[in-house]
Design a protein around this ligand. Sequence first.
Ligand code: CTP
Ligand code: ZN
Length: 158
Amino acid sequence: MSPEQIMLIPKIENGFVLDHIPTGSGVKVLNLIRGHAELNESVISVGLHYTSRRLGRKDLIKIQSRELPQRFLQHLSLVVPGVTIKRVENYAVAQKIVLEPPELVDNLLSCPNPGCITNHERGVTTCFHLVRREPMKFRCNHCERRFALSELENRLKL
Ligand code: CTP
Ligand code: ZN
């Protein structure tokens, strides 16, 4: 590639790179970031539709913050299970983790079942368990219905 064809997102000094985001899900992750007030002041850079050997195409998001809040990570593992998080310190990748889907989803989602008690009684928290991995299915502890991830990802309690 000639230099005029190359456009890079700058490297970051400190922060996190969310890598290997399935292309199309980068926008969902941006919405999630917007929903977490602790990250509202952080500098964010976004790359969409990058060529990737593993995925064909991928999205990538860099967050310049000291920490990623625990609840943000839990939501992230539901929106993009399998995402790679790279911690950057002094311009170098210091740590890589692959974010696995959670076995237990404790009060992070509302139940899609309108008849579920968790949608009627105030103060009742929700809880879902991972009951199947391929394809991924979660079961509500209260109404015992099973849901695919696609039915839950727009039910995040922010
Ligand atoms: N990165 C960054 N700032 C730095 C260092 C790295 O933004 N100071 C970003 C790079 O832009 C790149 C990713 O972190 O997106 C590089 O991570 P690295 O694990 O070094 O890359 P690969 O070896 O390609 O990783 P993988 O095999 O996981 O794809
Ligand atoms: Zn339910």
